[in-house]
Design a protein around this ligand. Structure first.
Ligand code: NAD
Ligand code: DAU
Length: 337
């Protein structure tokens, strides 16, 4: 049995990871440590909740005494660190909590990993640490770090802290840097769920700038399969890029969603651009493919339709979210409810 601390497992990617992995492995004992911020939702974990090898603990990764207690109590030997403040726009509205959770929190986990001599520490990072691309080229693992937002600066810092803990103390760290995810349970503030939900509600779809910023989309289960394989086979101190080669301008995604839902393009509203908006991300994943045998399984054209249909069928899930505090965030970010 592997005792694995999964942090941030009530969020979008972490909950999909736990549900996926517990469905196929009974030799993993998962302890999910999550603060349940606005982005954490235990409803995402209904498929895992009754499993004997799943344990939920509410807590903050910044709290070192509490983290220590969890390592001791559950005899933690592995860590997969998903926990983070993850939304670029919120980091532009206020950056402090991003550095607190993403940098200090990662440092606290690494200190515990060192004390308890864990066998692997997987840091879940992002392609945003590389900054922005021009019209050509792809991010490789050797692309220099050039984060442009408070969010990406905090994630790049966390990567550096993790690598330093390997270099200095031999903590067995490995890092994944993935591109933009989409799929079920993604919090409605992110582009794809936001546009689906606003379309369903016949609300305006706020497109930043000229809508031609490009993101490289990957279905969440493909990301989670990459995490599984890096966790099992990834070489210590290495970084692995993860992406599915689906570069798409934002406006095309928005139009695709409207078309599938049979809604008018008149709902599109071009709004003030995001400050410091990165123009283009695109990932070269050849290292993880060649070295570890990972490749994406889901076709964008099919998985995006499945995702839109999931939000259509699961109104209860998002209606309770958008009726609460989310409304205040929406008003601050978009100037309207
Ligand atoms: P999310 O915002 O949906 O979930 C984050 C989770 O972390 C939430 O459950 C939240 O409650 C928890 N959390 C936040 N602060 C915490 C703290 N101090 N202590 C304990 N738990 C805390 O994020 P996500 O989209 O699922 O992203 C997960 C990870 O993957 C993040 O590290 C993110 O940087 C990375 N990532 C995300 C994407 C993407 O497209 N969403 C792409 C690449 C990498
Ligand atoms: O690349 C990986 C990153 O992808 C992750 O590290 C982040 O955690 C994740 O949030 C995501 O960051 P982005 O900033 O790329 O995602 P977001 O969904 O916020 O925005 C995607 C694109 O859509 C971006 O170009 C901004 C644009 N956008 C977004 C929103 C919320 C709009 O045009 N309008 C909007 O209202």
């Amino acid at each position: 049995m592997k005792n694995i601390l999964v942090t941030g497992g009530a969020g979008f990617i972490g909950s999909n990871f736990i549900n996926y992995i517990l469905d196929k492995r009974d030799d993993y004992n998962i302890v999910n440590l999550d603060k349940l911020t606005y982005a954490g939702n235990l409803e995402n974990l209904i498929p895992s909740q009754k499993k004997q090898n799943y344990h939920f603990v509410k807590g903050d990764i910044v709290n070192s005494e509490f983290v220590d207690l969890i390592f001791r109590k559950y005899d933690i030997k592995y860590v997969i660190n998903f926990a983070a403040e993850s939304h670029v726009d919120r980091s532009i509205l206020g950056s402090e909590v991003f550095f607190r959770t993403n940098v200090i929190g990662t440092n606290v986990l690494l200190e515990a990993a060192r004390r308890y001599e864990v066998e692997k520490f997987l840091q879940v990072s992002t392609d945003e640490v590389y900054g922005s691309l021009g019209e050509n080229g792809l991010f490789t693992e050797d692309t220099p770090l050039h984060p442009n937002s408070p969010y990406s600066a905090s994630k790049a810092s966390a990567d550096l802290v993790a690598l330093a803990f390997h270099h200095t103390y031999d903590v067995p760290v490995v890092i994944t840097r993935c591109s933009n995810n989409y799929g079920q349970y993604q919090f409605p503030e992110k582009l794809i769920p936001l546009m689906i939900i606003n379309s369903l509600n016949e609300k305006k779809l706020p497109v930043y700038g000229d809508g031609m910023n490009v993101r490289d989309w990957i279905y969440v289960l493909d990301h989670n399969k990459a995490i599984e394989i890096v966790f099992e086979k990834g070489r210590i101190s290495e970084v692995y890029n993860v992406g599915a080669s689906n570069e798409i301008p934002n406006i095309e995604i928005v139009k695709l969603i409207l078309k599938h839902l049979g809604k008018s393009e008149e709902l599109i509203e071009y709004v003030k651009d995001r400050l410091g908006h990165d123009r283009r991300y695109a990932i070269n994943s050849s290292k993880i493919k060649k070295e570890l045998g990972w490749s994406p399984c889901y076709k964008f054209e099919e998985a995006i339709i499945q995702t839109i249909d999931w939000y259509k069928k699961n109104k209860n899930w998002w209606e309770s979210i958008i009726s609460g505090k989310y409304q205040d965030y929406y008003k601050t970010q978009y100037g309207t409810k």
